[in-house]
Design a protein around this ligand. Structure first.
Ligand code: ACO
Ligand code: V55
Length: 276
């Protein structure tokens, strides 16, 4: 089965970059059970595909993602606790374990509406670029719930205390520029430039040693929750593991190209990766 056969998630590939596109535009890409099940398959495939160097998450049409599907994810499962468990397993698997710890660098391209439950896949991505015109909101309080799933926890990690609480308790919306000002996304650009801005960032990531990138992002995500001494020791061990495992021998090459060859400056960009 290829990713192309799914209904609610589609994949477009360009230049080693896989665009994982939430695809229920008529429902503003709200996440129903089918989407959770399909997204789990798709992110697994992209994560393991050697031709994929960068994964981009975006939405088809006017929305990035209108959050959880109120009809199919919430109301329809109110009296079906078993199915509720199954869907939540799928949701946690793809958004948290798979996307967050994806072995490839990931970029969220927030093209439009982004509400509630959509903050989890957004924050799970390593990097994010929004359209200036995108609209974000923690709309949970507007319909009588608190931001559940991983949303409240995620938001407390990437937003400042007052910003997070302001949007949690008011349910008010903000645009892509504001999201960039607050650091929820790395930058915002006019919607017409979103695709090219994301591709340019992906091209930069593709120039780097992929194993180094994987270790660097994993180490960041894992060490945040450790105390200082544990993190120090863990990061030292991870650097040794990386040097031991790296098929490119990047560390040695980089030093050689700087010290002996004088062909590159580590401060200014990646070492020459061409295979000799
Ligand atoms: N769950 C279920 N259906 C949804 C959702 C959703 N989260 N979002 C949109 N839809 C459906 C609508 O019911 C409608 O379906 P229909 O055409 O069969 O009637 C269709 O998508 C289009 O929605 P409209 O409201 O007509 O689209 P519009 O462009 O005017 O507004 C907007 C878009 C602002 C995103 C609006 O749909 C909306 O407020 N959606 C809900 C956003 C939200 O609060 N999500 C929940 C967050 S909390 C959580 O995820 C846990
Ligand atoms: C959310 C809420 C959930 C959930 C996933 O607010 C996301 C977002 C209340 O349950 O399971």
């Amino acid at each position: 089965m290829t990713a192309q056969e799914y209904e609610t998630v589609k994949v477009e590939r360009e230049d080693g970059v896989a665009w994982m596109i939430l695809n229920r535009p008529e429902k503003r890409n709200a996440m129903n059970p089918q989407m959770h099940y399909e997204a789990e398959q798709v992110i697994n495939q992209l994560s393991l595909d050697p031709d994929v160097q960068v994964v981009v998450l975006t939405g088809e049409g006017e929305a990035f993602c209108a959050g959880m599907d109120l009809k199919e994810y919430f109301r329809a499962l109110d009296n079906d606790p078993t199915e509720q468990i199954r869907v939540r397993w799928a949701m946690r698997n793809w958004q948290y374990f798979r996307l967050r710890m994806c072995p490839k660098p990931t970029i969220a391209a927030v093209n439009g509406w982004c509400f509630g439950g959509a903050f989890t896949p957004l924050i799970s991505c390593d990097l994010a670029i929004a359209a200036d015109e995108a609209t974000f909101g923690l709309s949970e309080v507007n319909w009588g719930i608190l931001p559940g799933g991983y949303v409240t926890r995620d938001v407390s990690m990437v937003m400042r205390y007052r910003d997070a609480l302001y949007y949690i308790v008011t349910g008010k919306t903000f645009d892509g520029k504001k999201a960039a000002d607050m650091g929820l996304v790395n930058e915002s650009v006019p919607r017409s430039e979103l695709r090219s801005a994301v591709m340019a960032l992906a091209q930069d990531l593709k120039k780097l040693n992929p194993l180094t990138l994987r270790y660097a992002k994993d180490a960041f995500k894992m060490s945040r929750d450790m105390d200082f001494e544990q993190a120090y020791d863990y990061l030292a061990a991870k650097n040794d593991q990386l040097e031991f495992r790296d098929p490119e021998r990047g560390r040695g090459k980089g030093i050689q190209q700087f010290i002996e060859d004088k062909t590159f400056r580590p401060g200014l960009g990646p070492y020459g990766r061409s295979k000799e």
